[in-house]
Design a protein around this ligand. Structure first.
Ligand SMILES: NC(=O)c1ccc[n+]([C@@H]2O[C@H](COP(=O)([O-])OP(=O)(O)OC[C@H]3O[C@@H](n4cnc5c(N)ncnc54)[C@H](O)[C@@H]3O)[C@@H](O)[C@H]2O)c1
Length: 358
């Protein structure tokens, strides 16, 4: 391990705020620069962490030779170009989810990391939750037996992010809640299941509220007038995995139902079952386990202690991968596997039939 300070830059000042905060809290790391087009937000973030260098365009930050690594926290369409440019400039990269809009973009990013000999990691922050990590260990202990069916969901009642913003523009975002929220729970489920190969997908998507200007974040954002809205507001998919396991994936930004802003994973195994239920980002009492005890159904609720913030955990791992050669987890390859499933979801929804993942 080197004692030199690692100099990092953050590109994008939305979720980039969490990246900046996590870097600023780490020893041997200097948060050296922040870039973003929204100058006011960038300057305020820089001031909060005593960062002297701020830029508008990402290219200006990447031109700084002393910066070793960057977080790429920009709209999805820019993940590939900014990441590839950063790697070419010799920086290690932590990119926000989703890896990219398409598998082809993801492959180009991974090839760029290999060519540059630099680390490329992805911010799957929800996977870092202490309950998810505990459940992974429990699953790996064999306690559930063979898991043959799983569900992963992120359902919101009212939470279309930014009606009229890049989030609802197909070219900028690549899709709606499936690629935005579904990618997180798909990641959690595939991680818990031990990364089985995805084989085929049958999916459907709907846009029932967005085009009417309804159900934006917060009641005041429901305009009730038609807006340009190009992505789904609910997606559902049935995913066939190697070994016969199947996964039901659903994601919504807007729906008439009991959900607030709820996500989780359900696992059905031959010896036991598990439900991870996170209502409105709750941290406690999120896991229920199901089995039979002496011939009778038995439920239990392990109390998993809270862990560190998800972004803080990802960024600690990113810095450890660069400085100490720790495994770069979650890596870009996981991001690419999620992109393959999501791409198949959108193709299947368009075609109206199951599609095979090549
Ligand atoms: N992991 C999570 O929990 C989580 C949460 C929210 C968003 N995200 C992801 O983070 C990314 C950004 O989302 P957001 O909500 O922060 O969006 P946002 O619109 O709030 O912020 C985007 C930022 O990118 C900057 N930007 C755009 N073009 C740029 C350019 N050419 N050069 C420099 N900066 C540029 C903008 O100025 C802005 O600061 C998305 O990929 C999104 O999926 C992840």
């Amino acid at each position: 391990m080197t004692t030199d300070r690692l100099r990092v830059g953050v590109i994008g000042a939305g979720i980039g705020m969490f990246h900046a905060q996590a870097y600023a809290a780490l020893p041997h790391v200097e948060l050296a620069a922040i870039a973003g087009l929204d100058t006011e937000r960038v300057v305020a973030l820089a001031a909060r962490h005593g960062v002297e260098r701020t830029y508008r365009e990402y290219e200006e930050l990447l031109a700084q030779p002393d910066i070793d690594a960057v977080s790429v926290c920009v709209p999805n369409a820019l993940h590939a170009p900014v990441t590839i440019a950063a790697l070419a400039a010799g920086k290690h990269v932590l990119v926000e989810k989703p890896l990219a809009r398409t598998p082809d973009e993801g492959r180009a990013m991974i090839a760029a990391a290999e060519a540059a000999g630099k680390i490329l990691m992805i911010a799957f922050n929800h996977r870092q939750r202490s309950d998810v990590q505990w459940l992974k260990e429990y699953v790996d202990s064999g306690a559930l037996g063979r898991i043959y069916y799983a569900k992963a969901y992120w359902m919101r009642r009212q939470g279309i992010p930014g009606l009229g913003s890049w989030f609802v523009n197909k070219a900028m975002a690549g899709g709606g809640p499936l690629i935005d929220l579904g990618v997180h729970v798909l990641d959690m489920a595939m991680f818990l299941l031990g990364e089985p190969e995805p084989l085929a997908v049958s999916a459907a998507t709907y846009a029932e509220f967005g085009p009417r200007g309804l159900k934006g974040w917060g009641a005041k954002q429901s305009t009730g007038t038609s807006v340009r809205y190009e992505v789904e507001d609910l997606g559902t998919a049935f995913v066939r995995l190697a070994g016969g396991t199947t996964l039901l994936l659903e994601a919504s930004w807007a729906s008439h139902g009991s959900a607030g802003d709820d996500y989780g994973v359900v696992l059905y195994g031959t010896e036991g079952g598990a439900e991870l239920t996170i209502k409105d980002y709750a941290q406690d009492q999120t896991i229920r386990l199901f089995t039979d005890v002496h011939g009778l159904p038995h439920n239990s609720m392990p109390r998993v202690p809270r862990g560190e913030d998800g972004h803080a955990a990802v960024i600690r791992r990113f810095v450890a991968a660069i400085r100490d050669g720790a495994p770069p987890i979650p890596g870009a390859a996981d991001g690419l596997r999620r992109a393959l499933v999501l791409d198949a979801c959108y193709r299947s929804a368009t075609l109206g039939r199951e599609v095979v993942i090549e």
